[in-house]
Design a protein around this ligand. Structure first.
Ligand SMILES: Nc1ncnc2c1ncn2[C@@H]1O[C@H](COP(=O)(O)OP(=O)(O)O)[C@@H](O)[C@H]1O
Ligand SMILES: [Mg+2]
Length: 165
């Protein structure tokens, strides 16, 4: 099958509700093995996006920021698992290796805040979302897909966003 490269997708969110809505759209599509990287400064909206995503995915547990415990785990009625990793407080790459990303990807879907801290541990194929703080209420979300699976997800997001939120 031919892979058609997709241009990166950019969206300006004007509210928390809009960020939740785009997150929920993505969450509905995610399956076990998917990996989503969320990059951006503190307060850029990564965890807010995860709240919407987890709701769309069908999480039974509330989302909280895993800053101190590194990984939160959310469950769904069908036993699927959503891992929410935040490497902000990670000290070193050896410490990162102990997290065993491969095991998480085998068992469920993986969301990573501060993915740039994991360097080469991040798989080449993933959806990468860059969050930029524009002003008090606005955040820019830039989506980059690597791999066919993530290009499909990006296409779905593109359709959702172009339909108006
Ligand atoms: N359009 C928006 N999208 C996301 N968050 C927003 C938006 N406008 C304001 N905010 C606020 O910005 C903050 C984002 O925090 P958070 O999601 O925890 O960021 P991060 O996880 O990137 O550090 C929250 O207080 C949220 O209410
Ligand atoms: Mg956060």
């Amino acid at each position: 099958m031919t892979i058609i490269p997709v241009a990166p997708l950019t969206f300006t969110s004007k509210s928390v509700d809009q960020t939740h809505a785009v997150g929920a759209c993505l969450g509905k599509e995610l399956i076990s093995g998917d990996i989503i990287c969320l990059q951006g400064d503190l307060g850029a909206g990564k965890t807010t996006f995860v709240q919407g995503l987890a709701q769309g995915w069908g999480a039974l547990d509330p989302v909280s920021s895993p800053t101190f415990i590194l990984v939160n785990t959310y469950h769904r009625a069908d036993q699927n698992i959503l891992f929410h990793l935040d490497t902000y407080r990670l000290e070193s790459i050896p410490e990162a290796e102990e997290l065993d990303l491969d095991a998480m990807m085998m068992e469920g879907t993986l969301l990573i805040e501060w993915p740039e801290r994991l360097g080469a541990l991040i798989p080449a194929e993933r959806l990468w979302i860059q969050f930029t703080h524009l002003n008090q209420e606005e955040r820019q979300l830039s989506f980059n897909a690597n791999g066919e699976r993530y290009q499909q997800l990006l296409n779905t997001l593109q359709l959702f966003i172009s339909g108006g939120i």
